[in-house]
Design a protein around this ligand. Structure first.
Ligand code: ARG
Length: 569
């Protein structure tokens, strides 16, 4: 809301200067040098210069304009201080505005309309069939899911796409391996591990028997052309892999609108290749087909010597398909830092083809997950299974609950909500492009900057509100809300919508995560100092209104991040 006030004030003043002096000036509104000098500060000097008037006259003009405006009631003091025009906010009026605003949108507080009528495709998670769901795919899933929620909150129509890595030459190898030394029963029991074993075994044997590689290539080629036997096997590998990934999606409560993976584009690449040819962009290079992208970028390899296509060929086909099917305004790819070049190449090819929406494509990159400073992917030589990591977090939460509240009803479900949300929050509180350390014990703690801390804070408020029947009836003593202790919280509440918008527009869930931590700690220190259940009914009711708003935001914000809410703890 302060941002809104600043914006309104800026617009109004700029318009007034334009009307009066026929000059467009840029009114800057900043924080005063010292808190006791007010809440907002406008440097007058540059404005005076722009309209060629003396400083005092300019300052007086600002004063007159504000005093005669609709928003004058939002300020309690207008102070001219040398080269600055300072304003103090009228906290009572502001608190009133916040409450009224909250009461009229209780069920969708913070909803924004900035995305109305716009479509965003988000490509996230996208694990590779027949391979384990990696910690990198977990990051993509968590970040992509949160971004989808944030964008929806802002009014965008969101299309969630799981671009499964279900095609490529490796399937020729796996099919070969399965037909020569695979075991159906073993795959049924432990699909991913067995498929990985087949793949590894293939590579071992192919070292001394290079004709296997030729065979695998032939198989993949035939798979591309629709060979029934191979397609059936491929379908089966895909199905059992997906079933395995579903365990993770179910725990995270993540869903997708489309599971169209790379294979889906098998019959959609030829038109792209034809178009590249027709536009004279395809060049032969040692038998392969490439698009030259200039000196600053390696060329994009579109087709190999044997005619088979590549990851980028399928991504180009997918891009056109999405544009034509969903008519997106933005297409986001939540993929690790290491694929930076790939997405730059896609944009460059698109531009060369003469399309103008390369700016609508964004690589939402993210960093590595580290354990003891090293990339977390294997543990004691074994690939870390993600479901195991999630289950470990759940177990830790369970142990904690058993210790603190052994009689809690529905303990198991609560432990699951805490453990999983802990992992989600730990990821999202960090700026996504940075690497971060993965320490389960730390992230399931109830104090510090953790998910459980937020969940616990919300539960705490619930139990305070439930101690007596509380109704959000707007019966409020505004002089209480405008006291410094309460007003800090009111201000934070008023910034929720803007925070959500910023997190969505900058594709940074961490902005919201940090805001929630701050809100929770404002509440906790307030609760440590202030008694809520006081004798005076109006005072008690006022304070409870404040807490109810904090809880609404905490719960809504956590839900946006993909975390789960807990009623009791
Ligand atoms: N399957 C890929 C990987 O695991 C990620 C796919 C990302 N999405 C895309 N459209 N390229 O590396």
């Amino acid at each position: 809301m302060i941002e809104q006030i600043k914006l309104d004030l800026k617009k109004m003043l700029e318009q007034a200067f334009l009307n009066e002096f026929h000059t467009s000036v840029n009114v800057v509104i900043e924080a005063p040098k010292r808190i006791d000098q007010g809440d907002l500060s406008i440097p007058v000097f540059t404005i005076a210069k722009a309209i060629s008037r003396p400083l005092p006259e300019t300052a007086n003009h600002i004063k007159k304009t504000i005093e005669s405006s609709m928003i004058s009631t939002l300020f309690s003091e207008l102070i001219i201080m040398g080269g600055f025009f300072n304003l103090r906010l009228n906290s009572t009026a502001m608190a009133q505005k916040v409450i009224v605003n909250y009461m009229s949108n209780q069920n969708n507080y913070g909803d924004s309309t900035i995305g109305e009528g716009k479509v965003v495709c988000i490509d996230y998670s996208s694990p590779n069939i027949a391979k384990p769901f990696s910690i990198g795919h977990l990051r993509s899933t968590i970040i992509g899911h949160a971004l989808g929620n944030l964008l929806e909150k802002c009014g965008y129509k969101v299309v969630r796409i799981n671009h499964l890595g279900d095609f490529g030459t490796q399937f020729g190898k796996i099919i070969y391996a399965y037909q020569h030394f695979g075991d159906e029963e073993k795959i049924k029991k432990d699909p991913i591990n067995e498929l990985v074993k087949l793949y590894v075994e293939f590579h071992e044997l192919a070292k001394t028997n290079p004709s296997m590689d030729d065979e695998a290539r032939r198989i993949f080629k035939e798979l591309e052309q629709g060979n029934e036997e191979y397609t059936a096997l491929w379908n089966w590998f895909r199905k059992v892999s997906l079933e395995d990934y579903m365990q993770v999606y179910q725990l995270l409560k993540v869903t997708f609108d489309s599971y169209n993976g790379e294979a889906f584009y098998n019959d959609k690449m030829q038109p792209v290749i034809d178009e590249l040819k027709a536009k004279n962009l395809l060049k032969e290079d040692d038998g392969a087909m490439i698009v030259d992208l200039g000196e600053n970028m390696p060329p994009a390899l579109i087709q190999k010597t044997d005619g088979s296509t590549l990851y980028i060929t399928r991504d180009l086909a997918a891009l056109f398909y999405r544009k034509n099917t969903y008519h997106f305004d933005k297409c986001l790819y939540v993929v690790g830092n290491e694929q930076k070049l790939h997405f730059e190449q896609i944009k460059a090819v698109l531009k060369k083809m003469g399309y103008d929406y390369d700016e609508a494509i964004e690589h939402i990159n993210f960093g590595l997950v580290l354990q003891d400073g090293k990339k977390m992917s294997t543990r004691k030589g074994k690939v870390v299974k993600l479901v195991d990591v999630l289950n470990e977090a759940i177990k830790l939460s369970q142990a904690y609950i058993d210790e603190k509240s052994p009689l809690l009803e529905g303990k198991d479900l609560i432990a699951e909500k805490i453990g999983v949300s802990a992992i989600i929050f730990n990821d999202l509180k960090n700026y996504r492009a940075n690497d971060f350390e993965f320490n389960l014990e730390d992230m399931v703690r109830f104090e510090g900057q953790t998910g459980p801390y937020l969940q616990y804070t919300s539960v705490r408020i619930t139990s305070i509100l439930n101690s007596e029947d509380f109704v959000f009836d707007g019966k409020i003593d505004y002089s209480i809300l405008s006291r410094e202790t309460e007003f800090e919280i009111v201000k934070a509440i008023s910034q929720y919508q803007m925070t959500v918008e910023k997190a969505a527009l900058e594709s940074s869930p961490s902005i919201l995560a940090k805001y929630l931590l701050n809100l929770a700690s404002l509440f906790n220190s307030y609760y440590g100092k202030e008694k809520i259940n006081v004798e005076n009914q109006l005072e008690k009711n006022t304070k409870k209104h404040l807490l109810a708003m904090v809880r609404t935001i905490l719960n809504d914000g956590m839900t946006l991040l993909g975390m789960q809410i807990i009623e009791k703890m």
